[in-house]
Structures are given as C-alpha cells and as structure tokens.
Design a protein. Sequence first.
Length: 452
Amino acid sequence: MLAAMPDSAPSPLSVGGPSPRDGGDACPGTLRLHRADDGALARVRVPGGVLSADRADTLLAVAGRFGDGELHLTSRGNVQLRGLDAECGGGPAELLGAAGLLPSAAHERARNIVASPLAGLDGSPSVSGWLSELDGLVCGSAAAAALSGRFLFALDAGRGDVDALGADVTLIAEGGDCLLRVGAADEVFRLPAADGPRAALLAAEAFLRAARGSGAWRVKDLPDDVRAALVRTIGTAAGPTAHRPRPRAPKAPEPGLVTAPHGTTTAISVGVPLGRLAPAQWRLLTETARRFGNERYGNELRLTPWRGIVIPGPFEPLEPFGQSGPSRQSGQSGQSGHAAEALDALAAAGLITGPDSPWTGVGACIGHPGCAKSLSDVRAEAGAAVGPVGRLPVYWSGCERRCGHPHGEWIDVVVTPDGHRISHVRGEHRDPRAAVRDNPAELAAAVAAARA
C-alpha cells in the first residue's frame, strides 16, 4: 500500500476558507457563476466526462428553464450552461444537486478529472474504478477543496490521449500497475494500480502545500526549484522512477463506429461542431445512449476533452482494468447494423460522424457577443471559413487569452486589433506569424493553406 507522503497531514486551508489564491480564481462553477455578455454562465463538472442519460436530461432541463437552452462542451469534458438569468438564484444548483451532479458544494470546482474516452472499448483497459474512487477521495478531502478550478487530474488508459493534455496529476495504466506523473515532468513513478487514486490525491495535497504563498494555480506555475522539489517529494513515497516523456499530441477518438481489436463494434463516437449542442441534438444523443445501453455501462454518454461524445454499446466492452477473462458479446444480433443506422441519424442532426466532415478539427472560443473581451464573432468566422478537411486542426480565438485552445499541434487563429494572426503551434514552439486584414475570402484561403 502506498505510504503517506512526507508532511502529508491535512492542509490548514479550511473547506471553503480563505487561501492566498482565492481572490484570483475566477473559474466558474454551478455555485459561483460567471457574468458574461450573454448572461450568467455555469460550468458543471462531469468527472471523466461520464454522464448518465438521466443526468443528461437534467442538464437539458436546467438549460431550458434558466438559460438559452443550449449545452456547450468544454475542453475538459465538462458542460457549460450559458445565458442564465441573473435572477435564477440557486435554482440550477438545486436541480443539479438533486440529480447527483453536485455531490459536494465545497469541492464542486475541484472535481476536474479527464479520462480516456475509449477506455475499455477499443482494447484499452477500463479506468472507471479509478474515476469513481478518485472523485470520492477528492470530495472527501478537506484540503482538496482549496484546489483551483484550473487544477486538472487525468486518467489515461495507456493510450497516451489524455496524458498529452498536460494535467497536473496523471495516472497511466500500464500492465497490472499504474504510472504517476506530476506536471510535465518526464519522470513517472510506478505503483500498484489499486494505489493510483490515493497517490493522485496525495500528490494534489502536496502541491497545495508547495504552492502556499506562491500564487500558483497549477504545477506548471510553481517556480522551477519548488516544482522539482515537489516531484522529488512525491517520488520518495510513490515508488520506482522511470523515464517516460509526455506524448506531444493528444489522440482524440475518431468519429464513427468504435471497434475492439477482434472487430466487435463497441461504441459510437461523434464530434460536436464548436462544442455547441441544440436541445434536439442533445435529446437524440441521450435517446441513442438509452437504446444502446448495456448492463456494464448503463445508458452512458462520455463527453470528451475534444468536444465530442462517445456512446458505449451496442456490445459488452472488454474486461475492466485489473480483471481478466474473455470479452463477451451481449447476445443481441444485428446490433452493428443498428449502430450504423444510429450514426446516420446523428449525422443528419448535424453532428460529426466521420473524418471527412468539413467541421473535423475546427474549434473556437465563445467569441463575440458572448464574451466582452472578444474582438470578433469567431464562431461565425470559423463557420464561414469551413472548407476541405485539413491535416491540422484549427482553433479560432477572439482575443489573446485563447480560452479553450487545444494541445499538441494546431493552427492558431487569433483576432487582434490589426486583423487575424495565423500561426502554426507545436507544443511550446510557434512558427512565424502571418496576418490577414478584414477580408473573409482571404482569411478562409489563408487558414486552409495553413491547415494543409
């Protein structure tokens, strides 16, 4: 069993109490709303992106009753409700709490956990056990309530997908063990799989102690010497050290039918143009989840950090991580044909169901008029510039903050007072920039050329 890390006593920061960073953490939640130009905004944490169809119904009901009716997916697999009435009071939180979407008021903004969306479906092990345990540990830790809304946990099924997202604490499935990564360090610590969630929590609590007085929200914000000392402290308690560079490029699920190595269809994967879902699209997704649900996963949707949705089914997935035995089909014949039929219906509803969609790889921040800081309606501009599928993804930002931008390699389009700046980003490297004045045709051509 993993021993407690040095100085692992509970942090003196009280639940909901003051900390040196409270004044600047403006990340919204369901209890602390953000005032945007299109109304109040609530961000509902969905750990691992795992959402039952019933809870999805609740989100839609809250969006329709208090907001603009739409649901917006974030780059962490969460859901944002926009256009909320300033007089809505505690109504949204009350409904979300009754549905189990708000298990701890003190920790609601700390429940930032991403997980491999295809875990258990494509031959990779399931991380559902890790997810439920880690979420429970975070909600049960008084110290963890002081984590900022920016701090991120990642549970990687060994695919390298969410490990590439630059989380603060990452667990990686490998064989019968797990690897623990803190920040962007190349060092990982090997420990038994069963100890992973507890180790992740202890690492987060150790970060809080290291960050006192520094103003750091995340591991990467720590001074270099403090960050190095933190990694050494965690390594002392965690286990053997190995060298494993973090993957540079995330591996988002490809839209379409998901198959296991033996050829069985195990899930449906769709992308959501600009992460925005109309009520009819959301209802269709939940109806599909109910139709293809199974005993293991129930009627489940998995929201991905790439603004997509995976619906497990129609066959039994592979055995979960830490168990062995042959995978079994559900015994329902003809389901693969039904899955293809469902995929066609989702495509007809405007969702991305294949790599040939012109919306594949296109993303944007909320832009004007929803955000006062945005210099342009970048969503409309992104839609006007949609064309042939490019080799690289493209992300449009209405200002230099570049909220929600992807990781890895992409074409970065940023609106400036002088026009649109287009650059090629590869990790920390940015190629020389090109600027395009206010000419829609020229802008679309420049973006298409950059993506190619």
